[in-house]
Design a protein around this ligand. Structure first.
Ligand SMILES: Nc1ncnc2c1ncn2[C@@H]1O[C@H](COP(=O)(O)OP(=O)(O)OP(=O)(O)O)[C@@H](O)[C@H]1O
Length: 344
């Protein structure tokens, strides 16, 4: 039986050493005709040194809003509260100029759509060199070209010295995404935020890009925050996973713990929907209903209206903090223990 106690911090699991990134009670609200609505509510998590955390959630769960808040890239009309500490320093409330210094140098970013992010009129080499020189203007053209070639080599692009002189349209979709990773890594950031880096690619290329991400992590030791709607891409890449739904963190834990001992019914439903090699007929479970949009979410668990185990009196109440189900494994499900025995 799982031992259950309130987690050590509101925040869920924390490393004994100060984490590289510590997010606490992050709330992102957007201004709409109906007033301010929360896309992200009281989100708390840590990313440790050399760690890969995957944030998983379906469309509308607030993953991008959370990532944009971390990068300081939300529209001005959005209101952000809580705390985002990077190496102990608070990032929320910093000026755009101060944030620009952190972004790129200490926090690298890879966006989903490489074609839109790359300049079609500039060679790949010039674009990588530009990313390097923004933060290291002392480098001359030869050093910049050498650095750009190294970065292309890091992400597995063959003949990097030649390919530096080519333009984005001469690269395939997968190769362009490798270039984006090279640009994200240009200044050897402490953490790389990858927002759906494989979504626009076909399945074989997706696997290759995830392999590149894993290789870059191993070679450089950078921490990675991987944002994805696909729980299937998480297993081989991440150390830890946080499952988001309705703007909230429903479950956080090590990848094995979350995959083999999921503690939230929503995580269980996501896992049931994954095609598996050991099932001859894929069981593509459908979760009845739709997520409620921000502003129309009930108090308590955002998944309750779709949850087969929900008890309104319990699940409709706001719980103060997540529950710890095992070491470094937390859940927001207040019925976790009863559901465990019901399923046994
Ligand atoms: N500028 C905005 N103004 C108002 N609401 C917004 C704005 N941007 C996003 N939202 C809403 O906030 C919620 C969370 O959006 P977000 O894009 O963070 O979700 P997501 O999990 O990243 O989904 P997706 O993968 O589809 O981008 C959604 O319901 C979305 O409609």
């Amino acid at each position: 039986m799982t031992s259950l106690s309130p987690s050590r911090a509101d925040a869920g699991p924390t490393d004994p050493a100060a984490p590289l990134l510590a997010v606490r009670d992050l709330t992102v609200e957007y201004k709409t005709d109906a007033g301010m609505v929360a896309a992200v509510e009281r989100l708390s998590f840590d990313v440790g040194e050399r760690q890969t955390l995957a944030i998983v959630g379906e469309s509308g769960s607030g993953k991008s809003a959370a990532a944009m808040a971390l990068m300081g890239l939300l529209p001005r009309t959005a209101r952000v509260t809580g705390s985002i500490r990077f190496r102990g320093e608070e990032l929320l409330g910093r000026s755009e100029r101060q944030l620009r210094e952190v972004r790129g140098r200490r926090i690298g970013i890879i966006f989903q759509d490489a074609l839109a992010a790359l300049n079609p009129m500039m060679t790949i080499g010039a674009q990588i060199a530009e990313a390097v020189s923004v933060h290291d203007p002392s480098l001359g053209p030869k050093e910049l070209a050498a650095r750009a070639a190294d970065l292309l080599g890091l992400v597995g692009i063959p003949s990097p010295e030649t390919r530096l002189h080519e333009y984005p349209h001469e690269f395939s979709g997968g190769m362009r995404q490798r270039v984006m990773i090279a640009i994200g890594m240009a200044n050897e950031p402490d953490i790389l935020i990858a927002d759906e880096p494989t979504t626009a690619l076909d399945v074989t290329v997706q696997a290759q890009i995830l392999e590149v991400v894993r290789h870059v992590q191993e070679r450089t030791g950078t921490s990675i925050l991987l944002i994805t709607h696909d729980l299937g891409v998480v297993a081989g890449v991440a150390d830890r996973v946080m499952v988001m739904y309705g703007g909230r963190n429903l479950e956080t834990g090590g990848v094995e713990a979350v995959f083999y001992q999921p503690s939230h019914p929503y995580t269980r439903a996501l896992l049931d929907a994954l095609p598996r090699i050991d099932r001859r007929v894929p069981r593509l479970a459908q979760i009845p209903g739709n997520p409620s949009p921000p502003g129309r979410r009930p108090p308590g668990c955002p998944f309750q209206s779709r949850c087969p185990h929900a008890r309104p009196a319990l699940c409709g109440a706001e719980s103060a903090s997540p529950l710890q189900v095992a070491d470094l494994h937390t859940t927001s499900c207040v019925r976790v223990r009863e559901i465990e025995s019901e399923l046994r």
